[in-house]
Design a protein around this ligand. Structure first.
Ligand SMILES: Cc1cc2nc3c(=O)[nH]c(=O)nc-3n(C[C@H](O)[C@H](O)[C@H](O)COP(=O)(O)OP(=O)(O)OC[C@H]3O[C@@H](n4cnc5c(N)ncnc54)[C@H](O)[C@@H]3O)c2cc1C
Length: 414
């Protein structure tokens, strides 16, 4: 019997699932539904577009003919508003109902809104879609001053966009350094200096208490909790992601921080799978449930979900996620879960070379590398092998080391 697959979301997770499903099931009916008005594009590269460094065309990954060529039904500008697990249907905002034998929820997230006065004013931007990037670009090109809020991986993209567009800016952070859950002040100082060189001034122990607007409702000023005022005719906010789980709320599908799935991307409902940023998955390497917010991981999850929708149990998701930043003269990479763990080690080698590893139960669970990314392969290998190496930080922190320099592997129990 011909199987029907419905995928909610045409981000990298949904799209790679559709591609794998078609490869595995040449005769199946496959439908991809997205509320965006364009087919899959490279979300990583929209920042380069907003910086003014890339035109639109190379950012698109698939045009509509890609789906037509594979006999995949793509529904653009279509919001899924309801899932009925018993009836095996979804409903769109226009009232159309699609039946499915297997459903994949790959709906990602939406930027968290800053809950302060005037955070919805004209000139205040959040950043997730190509449409957001277009709006950011057109506005920043006219701006004289900027404020960025959110000391994480997306906040720094916004700060880099203001810098690339030669707009002087303040980068307001709540703690005493950028991405304080993954970096120490020593490591973050390399980032702070690079920002300063580009006329973006980090402001610590700050944040936003409220925005002021002019008579036309356009933002003019950010006021921080200390009462300090910063001119801002462009504001970028990146304080986190709310997962798009509203459509799951009245269903029996288990949701915790994200949609809970096993290592095969299956939810607690046999015919419902989830993939990408929206999942809280059984992380076989971490040894507990984890979440990733990275392109490569979402792509792999989409493909793994598809394989298991066709043949459950055929392929588990086992992946060390990576996220790089390319805004500066030095490379930057975070991998695994650098904000987790019960132990750590760090070392600085020069003004632009620094490293930190996070350990849990003696094993590496993540890290951050600045300046020299060459040890990443070894650290990731140790992660995959679940080797207990926290007792040998002196070796791990040597600027160059070989895996043979470590004591013989002590295989993890469990
Ligand atoms: C500016 C920016 C820079 C980034 N840089 C990097 C980077 O350098 N490296 C890296 O690894 N990662 C980066 N990321 C993160 C990476 O892009 C994401 O982790 C990845 O795209 C997640 O893919 P996804 O398919 O899970 O979700 P998404 O890409 O969010 O796709 C979900 C799709 O589902 C749609 N949708 C949601 N709800 C519904 C509904 N009810 N009905 C229909 N459609 C719906 C959404 O509109 C969206 O199109 C960046 C993200 C951004 C925004």
């Amino acid at each position: 019997m011909t199987q029907s697959y419905v995928i909610i979301g045409d981000g990298v997770a949904g799209s790679s699932a559709a591609e794998t499903l078609r490869e595995e099931e040449p005769d199946a009916n496959i439908t991809v539904v997205t509320d965006e008005g364009e087919a899959l594009y490279n979300r990583i590269l929209i920042k380069e577009f907003a910086k003014g460094k890339l035109p639109e065309a190379p950012i698109s990954i698939h045009d509509e003919s890609w789906y037509a060529d594979r006999d995949i039904d793509l529904e653009l500008d279509t919001l899924v508003v309801d899932i009925d697990v018993d009836a095996h249907t979804i409903e769109t905002h226009e009232g159309d109902v699609h039946e499915w034998d297997k459903l994949l929820v790959a709906a990602g997230g939406t930027p968290t809104q800053l809950p302060v006065e005037n955070s919805d004013a004209d000139g205040v931007h959040h950043f997730w879609t190509f449409e957001d990037a277009r709006s950011i670009k057109s506005h920043i090109e006219q701006a004289d001053s900027s404020v960025v809020v959110g000391a994480g991986l997306l906040g720094i993209d916004l700060a880099a966009i203001t810098a690339a567009q030669d707009v002087e800016g303040k980068y307001l952070m709540r703690g005493n350094c950028w991405w304080r859950y993954a970096l120490s002040e020593q490591g973050a100082e390399i980032i702070h200096n690079a920002l300063r060189e580009r006329n973006v001034e980090p402001v610590f122990q700050s944040g936003v208490d409220r925005f002021e607007v002019n008579d036309s409702g356009r933002v003019t000023t950010a006021i921080d909790p200390n009462g300090d005022e910063y001119d801002a005719d462009f504001v970028g906010i990146a304080i986190g992601l709310d997962f798009n789980t509203e459509i799951i709320q009245d269903t029996p599908i288990e949701v915790d921080d994200g949609i809970v799935v096993d290592e095969y991307m299956q939810t607690n409902q046999q015919d419902v799978f989830a993939a990408g940023d929206i999942t809280e998955f059984e992380d076989l390497i971490l040894g507990e449930r984890g979440q990733n917010g990275a392109w490569g991981s979402a792509k792999e999850q989409g493909s793994i979900a598809a394989q298991n929708m066709v043949d459950y149990g055929s392929e588990p998701f086992e992946w060390v996620s990576s996220y790089s930043i390319t805004h500066f003269d030095f490379p930057f990479l975070s991998f695994g879960h650098p904000t987790l763990g019960d132990d750590e080690a760090e070392a600085k080698y020069s003004d632009s070379e620094w490293r930190r590893l996070a350990f849990k139960d003696g094993r590496i669970v993540g890290g951050v590398l600045i300046g020299d990314l060459s040890p990443q392969t070894k650290y990731k290998q140790l992660m995959r092998e679940r080797r207990r190496v926290a007792g040998q930080k002196d070796v791990l922190m040597q600027q160059t080391f070989e895996l043979d320099d470590l004591d013989a592997p002590e295989t993890a129990a469990e």
